[in-house]
Design a protein around this ligand. Structure first.
Ligand SMILES: Cc1cc2nc3c(=O)[nH]c(=O)nc-3n(C[C@H](O)[C@H](O)[C@H](O)COP(=O)(O)OP(=O)(O)OC[C@H]3O[C@@H](n4cnc5c(N)ncnc54)[C@H](O)[C@@H]3O)c2cc1C
Length: 373
């Protein structure tokens, strides 16, 4: 079975690894990405806060050495779901199975003034650019502003505020700074009231202002404008830009409301033999790497059942864990279940130093399984 995977992020890497491990003689996997390396989403915060360097967290695709998997660094320029064919800047790839795992892109232009007067920390380049501004900030107002939902890793703006508090405190300038978070969600982590309560308590203890239920719609010099017309002056604006599927996905005609609709149970699209999951799809789960990885596992099990004649897997359960930086050297964990029960649930494991180690293990285990590093 020839499986063409567009996008070597959380989902694409997991799927390629599972197929190679279980059926190296029965699959022929082409894994395509325009980048030369993978960076965990949370590493962007580590880079922005100067806890590490980009070189230290970049995982080069050249390291991938798996039976039956060929990585190619190419940019996908068009997708033909009917023919299960991709065109790239270097040629064409035709699959028995086509998998779209291209993630979500950012649309800075959707927020007038963001590019000119603010900064974003959601791209690798944006986070790296901010290292100096964050590391040398010595007084004034910092607004962490989300421009629209849905956005990747809903806890990330909250983590950013808590880590900012720590870094400004360590430099002795916290008393000269104000921190505010503006986000369109009604709570920091809506499916988990206890996680939201713990984050709100952490904000209150640190005098971090929290404005839920609002998005930042435009920026002028030193001013962020919210969707109710109110204004927030700032000296530093850390933005979460509007997200959307990559242009090539929208141009393929596969999207509805900006993303690819799929079966939440099987991750199949409307086209036979074409799957989509992760941030590029509307799966019914949050946009986070651990969800993309979980969806990839279901697709892998389904393809392996087809190849090897076993039972089709149970439907995707929408369960995943997210580790949340609480500051002060502690990490919490929220275990989320979006699809397996009648209601969405999220359970907090209290922030601790032990969970710092668990989060590090999560990263190093993927690094070793996906890259052999
Ligand atoms: C600051 C921040 C913190 C985060 N923290 C966490 C966290 O703690 N836990 C967590 O689970 N998630 C976290 N996330 C979210 C996580 O990074 C994403 O949700 C996850 O990477 C999505 O996985 P994916 O497989 O859908 O796509 P991605 O991992 O985004 O991969 C998509 C790939 O497609 C490639 N691509 C795109 N367009 C093209 C094209 N035209 N041609 C070729 N290749 C292309 C890209 O280069 C990319 O490698 C965080 C995100 C951010 C920004």
């Amino acid at each position: 079975m020839r499986v063409v995977i567009a996008g070597a992020g959380f989902g694409g890497l997991e799927l390629a690894t599972l197929l190679s491990g279980a059926a190296p003689d029965e699959v022929d996997v082409v894994l395509i990405d325009k980048a030369d390396s993978f960076v965990f989403g949370y590493s962007k915060l580590d880079v922005m806060f100067g806890r590490t360097t980009l070189d230290a967290v970049r995982l080069p695709y050249a390291a991938i050495d798996k039976p039956a998997v060929r990585f190619v660094q190419e940019t996908v320029t068009s997708i033909d779901p009917q023919a299960r064919r991709l065109t790239t800047d270097a040629g064409e790839h035709q699959g028995d199975v086509l998998v779209i795992a291209l993630g979500a892109d950012y649309d800075l232009a959707a927020t007038p003034g963001l590019a000119e007067y603010g900064d974003e920390f959601y791209s690798v380049a944006g986070a790296e650019r901010l290292t100096t501004a964050v590391g040398s900030f010595s007084g004034g107002r910092i607004v962490i502003g989300v421009c629209r939902a849905p956005y990747k890793c809903p806890p990330a703006p909250s983590e950013t505020a808590l880590l900012l508090h720590d870094t400004l405190s360590a430099r002795g300038v916290r008393g000269d700074c104000e921190i505010e978070i503006v986000m369109p969600l009604p709570a920091p982590v809506p499916p988990s009231p206890d996680t939201s309560a713990a984050l709100l308590a952490a904000f209150a203890e640190r005098e971090i202002r929290y404005t839920p239920g609002h998005a930042v719609t435009s920026l002028r010099e030193g001013i962020a404008v919210l969707d109710d017309g109110s204004e927030r002056p700032f000296e530093l604006f850390l933005g979460v830009p509007v997200h959307r599927a990559p242009d090539v996905v929208i141009a393929s005609g596969m999207t509805t409301d900006g993303y690819i609709p799929v079966s939440s149970q099987t991750l199949e699209t409307a086209w036979p033999g074409v799957y989509a999951f992760g941030d590029v799809a509307t799966v019914g789960v949050p946009k986070a790497g651990t969800f993309s990885e979980g969806a990839a596992r279901v697709v892998a099990a389904s393809l392996l059942a087809t190849i090897q004649g076993g039972e089709q897997p149970a439907p995707y359960d929408g369960r995943a864990s997210c580790w949340i930086e609480f500051g002060g050297g502690r990490v919490g964990r929220v275990d989320i279940d979006f699809l397996s029960g009648p209601a969405k649930t999220g359970t907090l494991r209290e922030p601790s130093a032990a969970l710092v180690i668990e989060k590090a293990h999560f990263g190093s285990s993927r690094r070793s399984r996906w890259f052999g590093l």
